[in-house]
Design a protein around this ligand. Structure first.
Ligand SMILES: NC(=O)c1ccc[n+]([C@@H]2O[C@H](COP(=O)([O-])OP(=O)(O)OC[C@H]3O[C@@H](n4cnc5c(N)ncnc54)[C@H](O)[C@@H]3O)[C@@H](O)[C@H]2O)c1
Length: 255
């Protein structure tokens, strides 16, 4: 198979969670542009309906919107089972769900800690397990979790220990699953963005000028700048890539 053919995703089948907006939406769009049929899941019903309709119209792929809270493991099982049944199988699973809470650690409540760990780590396990079951049965598949540079470094000036710990945990969970499934055709990796322009960051826009001084490229990423790496990880071009954390951060982690 030639290299261009290895990047060809035409007719593949994917589930993307957290795909109604932001980085997840950019991932869904990139896959649609590559001819992938999609089930997109999110808790934002209106944005989800708009995204699925827009991608189907612009790229001529099949899209289905599924309202699903990924912290509910039964709902995740249903999402994957019904998504795979509707699409005729599952080649690619992308998890872009994530939340952050900024709070000094000594005043972080149990509720805050558990909410972040539940959404970013526990739900990532539920999603991996459900997608893994389907893909191991098929004997092939690629799972990609959007982690963060925060799984490798400590951001400043904001205190976000729960987020940093959740992303570090996610990365090591992915390495563990990669080792467990590597010989059975299922690959699993993390894609770790640096600061990216999205709703998550626009709510704290006043920090942009300082953050930009910490980034060798001097600016934050557009979501579209992350998705070339997603296409690579999803495709047969990455047939020997598993358990890897692909960092895309404008050089942030160099300093
Ligand atoms: N924006 C950044 O600077 C940045 C940097 C590194 C990593 N990330 C990671 O990228 C991912 C996407 O972040 P984003 O910036 O696009 O944020 P975002 O808030 O714009 O998008 C997150 C999406 O996840 C959905 N979501 C939240 N909780 C959910 C749940 N329980 N079930 C289903 N859907 C749920 C939201 O509705 C939203 O559509 C996250 O994992 C985040 O941690 C973001």
């Amino acid at each position: 198979m030639g290299l261009k053919e290895k990047f060809d995703l035409t007719g593949r089948r994917a589930v993307v969670t957290g795909g109604a907006r932001g980085i997840g939406q950019a991932c869904a769009e990139a896959l649609a542009e590559y001819g992938v049929n999609l089930a997109i899941a999110d808790i934002l019903e209106q944005e989800l309906a708009e995204t699925t309709a827009d991608l189907a119209k612009r790229y001529g792929v099949k899209t289905q919107g599924v309202v699903c809270d990924v912290t509910d493991s039964a709902a995740v099982d249903k999402l994957v089972e019904e998504g795979a049944a509707g699409l005729g199988g599952l080649d690619i699973f992308v998890n872009s769900v994530g939340i952050t809470i900024w709070e000094p650690s000594i005043s972080t409540s149990d509720e805050q800690w558990n909410k972040v760990i539940n959404t970013n780590l526990n739900a990532a396990f539920y999603q991996s397990r459900a997608a893994g079951r389907q893909m191991l049965e098929q004997g092939q598949g690629s799972i990609i979790h959007i982690a963060s540079m925060s799984g490798s470094i400590v951001n400043q000036p904001q205190a976000q220990t729960s987020y940093n710990a959740s992303k570090a945990g996610l990365m090591h969970m992915v390495r563990s699953l990669a080792a467990e499934w590597a010989s059975r055709g299922v690959r699993i990796n993390t894609l770790s963005p640096g600061y990216t322009l999205s709703v998550m960051t626009y709510t704290v826009e006043e920090h942009f000028p300082y953050w930009n001084t910490l980034i060798p490229m001097g600016r934050m990423a557009e979501p579209e700048e992350l998705v070339g790496a997603l296409i690579y990880l999803a495709s047969d071009a990455a047939s020997y890539t598993t358990g890897h954390d692909l960092v895309i951060d404008g050089g942030y982690t160099c300093w």
